[in-house]
Design a protein around this ligand. Structure first.
Ligand code: C2E
Ligand code: MG
Ligand code: MG
Length: 594
């Protein structure tokens, strides 16, 4: 910067404030336009401006009588107006040694008279000025005129504050919002390179807040948030800025990263929320968790830190851990999850990434194979093989599972039809997720595809897990009945792992239960498990279910399951999941008898 430019004493704070207020390159604002028009009319001048003094330039937030929108700072008259809190005036610039050679005086717009009222914040920082300019010399303004111009400058500042509040305040709570936190962080690192501690206080699970809204209404949930805000404000230091960064989370910054003081604060916050909040006489128990993130300048450049902060807070709350530091390891898992889900969307459209493997199910009494389970396989061009055990649960958290299931359904029906045409009447079992049964679409498509390929419904079997039954709604129930009525066998997968409850079986049109591999594995090892498995098989048989044992890896288990009355078995002992072609070879190679 030109050394001749006078700089106010509080320059760094001033620049920070300008950045915080978003005053550089702001959107055009009607109120600003009206104020400069008013000033020009009132003082009968050709030019009036609202000028903001940045580090190197002055910007015109609104102007009348000028076509340019900025000038270098060293040419700015307004730069002199911010040096004090009083109006700055020049009667004839050609007679003033500071300005007579100024290009704005010697050239366009040929400034002679200038009067600028500083735009002052509450802390007395001069951000710029509201000024009037004439191309002819004028006598100095009188006291009355000075007061008028100062009033207009105050009006500009009121408008600046209003705009800031609109952009940066969370209206229900009056706290700052997430964009404001992001801005404050970038301002913090604009002139410091020391780490800052960010704390997010997660007060209630989003699901619970949702339930509260459903049961008691928005007004109640907003009042609850106000109580939460008040309780938090009562424990944190008075000058700490609080930001509501999401419906259930409030964050703050600790510039001092000394852990002892910080940990005392965290403890106080946790203690403060031990007692329930009483909102409209209803006591609400919060479940609080504090996520802590030490942010440095480099990490602050990515926009990802908010997600890291929020996930740390979420984990702390869900694990009932009090406070938890952000963990990069957990974050890697989340990043991978995100990457896999995006890649899966592409894989579903590509024709060479996904395929089905088939694992035989064997009738234990005869060692015959009459059906196979279709298991999806995904080979990503750069990530390699990704196990369904990893990506299916992720897909189930999103709508993507529906596309996966439709892909599997199409591929399985095509394969079953191809086998049928080769004279091989294999039943193909597909795995279906709870979300597939949430509406009519999956069952409609299934029905249509069977028809389209002219495949008997008996060639298809549907497996779904106990977990899916937890959300058993009338819709799920109805879809299962439709599938059953088509003549498709329904099996309950991983039976015994979830919320085993025999009573729900009554309402489900399933005819097969697949005992989970963990039971089968343990049945050999522990006497108690042995008795449980035996009892489960007996009970299932008494209720007329066919029983399938999953995960048979040894002959010993095979025999045990057969002797205990299991109808079918599946496991590495007999065959691993394999591509359709390999399955044909396996079938021809006459599987072993046990
Ligand atoms: P699942 O439906 O219970 O499938 C059985 C899983 O156990 C398969 O794992 C299979 O390879 C494995 N397995 C079979 N026999 C043995 C054995 O003897 N020992 C051991 N240790 N494992 C055995 P996979 O293919 O990795 O699939 C894992 C899970 O992913 C499946 O469990 C199923 O829940 C899900 N899944 C797989 N394919 C699909 C699909 O197309 N759609 C849906 N929605 N889920 C799928
Ligand atoms: Mg299965
Ligand atoms: Mg299973």
């Amino acid at each position: 910067m030109n050394n001749s430019v006078p700089i106010p004493a509080n320059e760094p704070e001033r620049i920070a404030e300008i950045q915080q207020l978003c005053l550089i390159n702001p959107e055009p604002d009607c109120a600003f336009d009206k104020i400069v028009t008013l000033a020009a009319e009132l003082f009968q001048v050709p030019i009036a401006l609202i000028s903001i003094i940045d580090a190197h330039r002055q910007w015109f937030s609104a102007s009348i009588g000028l076509t340019i929108s900025e000038t270098p700072r060293e040419h700015s008259f307004c730069n002199h107006a911010i040096l004090s809190d009083e109006l700055f005036m020049v009667s004839d610039a050609t007679q003033d040694s500071r300005f007579k050679d100024n290009p704005l005086v010697t050239g366009e717009p040929h400034i002679r008279f200038y009067a600028g009222a500083p735009l002052l914040t509450h802390q007395g920082l001069g951000l710029g000025s509201l000024c009037i300019i004439d191309t002819k010399p004028r006598p100095p303004l009188d006291d009355h005129q000075i007061r008028l111009l100062n009033h207009l400058a105050e009006l500009v500042m009121l408008r600046v504050e209003t705009l800031r509040n609109l952009n940066f305040v969370d209206l229900p709570t009056g706290l700052f919002n997430r964009p404001r936190l992001e801005r404050d962080i970038s301002v913090f690192f604009s002139d410091k390179d020391v780490p800052v501690t960010l704390v997010a206080v997660d007060v209630v699970a989003p699901r619970i807040l949702n339930d509260i809204v459903k049961a008691l209404g928005y007004t109640f949930s907003e009042r609850l948030m106000l109580l939460i805000r008040d309780r938090l404000q009562a424990v944190v230091p008075e000058n700490l800025k609080l930001y509501r960064i999401s419906p259930t989370r409030i964050a703050f910054m600790l510039a001092d990263t000394a852990t002892e003081a910080a940990e005392t604060l965290y403890r106080h916050i946790l203690e403060a929320f031990e007692a329930p909040l009483v909102c409209d006489t209803i006591p609400i128990q919060t479940q609080i968790g504090l996520g802590i993130l030490i942010l440095n300048r480099e990490k602050a450049c990515s926009t990802d830190w908010i997600r890291s902060l929020v996930s740390a807070a979420d984990d702390a709350r869900e694990n009932n851990a009090g406070w938890e530091m952000y963990s990069p390891r957990r974050d890697h898992a989340q990043q991978r999850a995100f990457r896999l889900l995006s890649a899966l969307t592409i894989a579903l459209q590509a024709d060479d990434q996904l395929r089905l493997y088939f694992q035989p199910k064997i009738e234990l009494a005869s060692s015959e194979c009459t059906s196979v389970e279709a298991l999806i396989r995904w080979r990503h061009p750069t990530l390699g093989d990704i196990s369904p055990g990893e990506f299916i649960p992720l897909a189930e958290k999103t709508f993507l599972i529906r596309s996966v299931s439709l892909w599997v359904l199409r591929a399985a029906i095509k394969q079953a039809k191809a086998w049928q045409q080769q004279g091989l009447n294999l039943t193909v079992a597909i795995n279906v997720s709870a979300a597939d049964l949430d509406d009519e679409m999956f069952t409609d498509t299934l029905t249509a595809l069977l028809k389209q390929h002219d495949l008997p419904a008996q060639r298809l079997e549907v497996e779904f897990t106990e977990g899916a039954l937890i959300r058993q709604t009338e819709v799920v129930q109805h879809q299962l009945e439709r599938i059953h009525n088509l003549g498709i066998v329904i099996a309950i997968d991983d039976f015994g792992t979830g919320y085993s409850n025999w009573s729900y079986l009554r309402d489900i049109p399933a005819s097969v239960v697949k005992l989970d591999q963990s039971f089968i594995r343990n049945a050999l090892r522990h006497e108690k498990d042995k008795r449980i498995v035996k009892a489960m098989i007996r009970l299932a048989k008494e209720m007329d279910y066919r029983v399938v044992a999953e995960g048979i890896e040894t002959e010993e288990t095979y025999k045990l399951m057969r002797n205990w009355g299991c109808d079918e078995g599946q496991g590495y002992l007999m065959a691993r999941p394999m591509p359709a072609i390999a399955l044909l070879e396996w079938l021809e190679s006459k599987p072993l008898q046990y």
